[in-house]
Structure formats: structure tokens, C-alpha cells
Write a protein of this length. Structure first.
Length: 85
């Protein structure tokens, strides 16, 4: 899986697409050297976007940006696909 990076309002989320689910791997502030808000343990359960929205509703703009980037990637026409007329 390929990691994606989304930054909004001084926060960064590192996430991956896992079988059509958005898995959040890391969330941290870009200001200062604070510990990450979340650092997923790959061997354990990795939260999805819905989990993170519930746990951290104050980061709604970050979650919206992740969702936007996800859909932009998922619905982008494939290089060799034929469009409909």
C-alpha cells in the first residue's frame, strides 16, 4: 500500500487506501515537536476515517481534505479506460 499525506491547518495525516477504506496511520501537529496525536500500530487495528471523525471532531477540516483526496484518486479515470458518450 502507498502512503498519502494530507496537510490542513497545521496538522498532517498520513493515510492509506485499504480495499476501499481509508486507514489513518499517523496524525500529528506540524507546530512544535509534540508527540503524534495518533500513531497506528500496523500489527494492530488501524483506525479508519469514520473512527477518526468520531474521536477527533475538532479536526473536521483535515478529515474533509483526506476524504476529498481519496475520492479524487478513486474516481480519476484510468489511463486506458474508454469514456461513455
Amino acid at each position: 500500500m502507498r502512503e498519502r499525506r494530507t496537510e490542513v491547518d497545521g496538522w498532517v495525516a498520513i493515510w492509506e487506501i485499504d480495499h476501499w477504506h481509508i486507514r489513518i496511520m499517523l496524525v500529528r501537529s506540524l507546530v512544535g515537536s509534540a508527540r503524534p496525536l495518533l500513531k497506528a500500530d500496523v500489527s494492530g487495528a488501524v483506525p479508519d476515517l469514520a473512527d477518526m471523525r468520531e474521536r477527533y471532531p475538532n479536526l473536521a477540516r483535515l478529515w474533509d481534505a483526506v476524504r476529498h483526496e481519496y475520492w479524487a484518486e478513486v474516481i480519476t479515470p484510468q489511463e486506458h479506460s474508454e469514456g461513455t458518450i
